[in-house]
Ligand binder design. Structure first.
Ligand code: COA
Length: 161
């Protein structure tokens, strides 16, 4: 049983994250989505909301579960018996940060590797922040998030749909 942990803030989950997730689920026996409970980002959605939005999306994928963690990602991954951390790379701009994070995580836990998957080009320019910004100004985000996430965004920003 090869388990991978896919960590992130997921505020909220986007089609870009889901693309990475589906591909990770095809590569590993089990994927645990690890929603960070502590973040240096001010989140729009609570931890429970972020997990619930993800759970709605993974209902039909048998080998994926949603969990949350605090503290170090590698500690959580070790507790789960994971062999890998999954991260998506969108563009070169992601590389420096991800490279540093992967090396730090490898130092902290040499038995766990980071596996990078390239984000599908259709989603390579999106981020949760950009989506929230557009949605807050009533821009359409239909292309970038699943329908129930779009609905949740509209509710947060009190936009009638
Ligand atoms: N498609 C679209 N967007 C994507 C994406 C993809 N495939 N992959 C990432 N993104 C976006 C996210 O939407 C997010 O956008 P935002 O900044 O506008 O919110 C951004 O890229 C990165 O977010 P995310 O993937 O959630 O990661 P993060 O940088 O918020 O890091 C943790 C989250 C949990 C991995 C990291 O903070 C962590 O490891 N924390 C625990 C402490 C720890 O162990 N630190 C490391 C050792 S010091």
């Amino acid at each position: 049983m090869r388990t991978a942990v896919y960590p992130g803030t997921f505020d909220p989950v986007t089609n870009g994250h889901l693309d990475i997730l589906h591909r990770a689920a095809a590569l590993f026996d089990r994927v645990i989505i690890a929603v960070a409970s502590e973040s240096n980002k001010q989140t729009l959605f609570s931890l429970e909301e972020r997990q619930e939005l993800l759970r709605e999306e993974i209902k039909d994928i048998k080998n994926v579960v949603v969990s949350s963690f605090s503290g170090l990602t590698v500690d959580f991954a070790r507790q789960c018996g994971a062999v890998a951390l999954i991260r998506g790379l969108r563009a070169m701009t992601d590389f420096e940060y991800e490279f540093q994070l992967a090396l730090m995580n490898k130092k902290l836990e040499p038995n766990i590797d980071t596996v990078f998957l390239m984000t599908k080009s259709d989603y390579s320019f999106i981020s949760s922040s950009a989506i929230k910004w557009a949605a807050s100004l009533q821009g359409s985000v239909t292309e970038f998030v699943p329908p129930h996430v779009e609905k949740a965004l509209m509710q947060k920003y009190n936009i009638n749909i």
